[in-house]
Design a protein around this ligand. Structure first.
Ligand code: HGY
Ligand code: MN
Ligand code: MN
Length: 419
């Protein structure tokens, strides 16, 4: 006879209060909700998270990678621990739920465990990971990447749009860059049993199908492209249209090529061009140079590598037709990462036991879980996003839907603890 299912019912008012309080800590000069990594509002928000973790009974510290870590000690400190959490940084002009639901939902789960005298065997570690969102350094998931031992000295030397290195950004934020690379040594299979993350779907599927929660099957891989187009600057008024080597026209064809390659993907595959920087940018000069930033994503590794090849070929050929040279620099932000079958099983069995309807769903967004997967079996639970919107002020998930996710999250943590 299996051990009885644990019913832990979140307090919606508490969740709402926390979501509202954290949302207030953002940069009011930007649209939407902006709390980007290393920014002042981000620093204030992390102090607030530390205090909420402590109020919930967690033992709180910041680790060498700048993650805010709260520990709920279990009966057996020697047992490999459970880890959960997410992030509280946002994109520029973002929303109030991406990542935040996972951090605040995990803190609420801890309150529920303590209020219901549910004592875990294993330590439960709740983490607000540093800097999950993509940034000028082309590196998402800074905190979880460091824990997984994936951050390198070369990464610390990367510079942002203001020419400031990642190492310097860490220092200015009060994190010793020389300590960051060693942050992962404290963790690993001996230390961690399972990682479980609660997150908003950031897409339309759950809402369209009226499903309460998603059980994530895998996290999409991300290939990032920086394309440097080199044409010839000329007088906009006198250069004949037939002899121009217009870098911006070549880049514009590159933007359409990204869309063309991604559309019609037989499985999940998407492509986005997020930025074009054109030089010299004067109204009366034919652009001589353009820097284009784009990304491809898919949960299918084969499609992703093939799409990279096809896109490289199309951009190069079309630029060549215009007499424009192009340098293509690809990098992998993260590989495709499947969730672990055992963790998926724990989620679905728990959901069935609680009478929560669920469906299996891939994640087009990346998450800290993609990096934690290097340390232990991981899984994710999604709650619906209204109209599938995210990374924008319109991002919204009803508190009742979040509470359903927290109810499943808390009960699944208990189930994973008993393994
Ligand atoms: O980019 C992403 O998928 C995540 O939201 N950082
Ligand atoms: Mn996120
Ligand atoms: Mn995000």
């Amino acid at each position: 006879m299996g051990e009885r299912m644990v019913e832990l019912n979140p307090v919606a008012e508490r969740l709402e209060e926390d979501l509202t309080a954290l949302s207030a800590l953002h940069d009011p000069s930007s649209g939407g909700w902006t709390r980007t990594v290393f920014s002042e509002p981000y620093g204030h928000a992390r102090e607030w998270v530390r205090s909420r973790m402590a109020d919930a009974g967690l033992q709180v510290h910041s680790d060498a990678a700048g993650n805010v870590v709260g520990v709920l000690p279990g009966r057996d400190p020697a047992a490999p621990a459970l880890m959960t959490g997410s992030h509280t940084d946002t994109v520029e002009s973002g929303g109030r739920f991406d990542g935040i639901v996972g951090v605040l939902g995990s803190i609420e789960a801890v309150r529920l465990l303590r209020e219901n005298d549910v004592r875990l065997e294993r330590d439960l570690i709740v983490v607000d990971f540093l800097g999950e969102e993509s940034n000028d350094f082309g590196l998402s998931c800074l905190g979880s990447r460091a824990l997984a031992g994936e951050l390198t000295p070369g990464h610390l030397e990367r510079v942002d749009g203001e020419g400031v290195s990642l190492a310097e950004r860490y220092s200015r934020f009060g994190i010793d860059p020389s300590e960051v690379l060693g942050a992962g040594s404290a963790w690993g299979p001996r230390r961690l049993h399972r990682y479980l993350e609660l997150h908003i779907e950031q897409g339309p599927v759950l809402e369209e199908r009226g499903t309460s929660v998603g059980v994530v099957t895998g996290i999409a891989g991300i290939s990032r492209l920086v394309a440097g187009f080199v044409g010839r600057a000329d007088h906009a008024g006198t250069a004949p249209m037939t002899t121009r080597q217009d870098a911006l026209v070549a880049a514009a064809r590159g933007v359409l090529a990204v869309r063309h390659v991604a559309c019609g993907a037989p499985v999940h595959g998407v492509g986005t061009t997020s930025r074009l920087d054109s030089e010299p940018g004067s109204p009366n000069v034919v652009p001589g140079r353009v820097r284009m930033q784009a990304e491809l994503r898919s949960v299918e590794p084969g499609w992703l590598s093939d799409a990279e090849r096809r896109l490289s070929r199309q951009i190069t050929e079309e630029a060549g037709e215009l007499g424009v040279e192009v340098d293509l620099e690809w990098s992998t932000d993260n590989d495709v990462v499947p969730t672990h079958a055992d963790v998926r099983q724990a989620i679905t069995t728990t959901a069935d036991g609680l009478g929560i309807d669920w469906e299996a769903i891939p994640s087009g967004a990346t998450h800290d879980a993609a990096h934690l997967a290097r340390l232990c079996p991981m899984g994710m639970i999604f709650v619906p996003s209204r109209a599938g919107r995210s990374h924008c002020p319109e991002e919204w998930t009803d508190t009742s839907a979040i509470a359903t996710g927290v109810r499943l999250h808390a009960a699944t943590l208990v189930a994973l603890d008993r393994e």
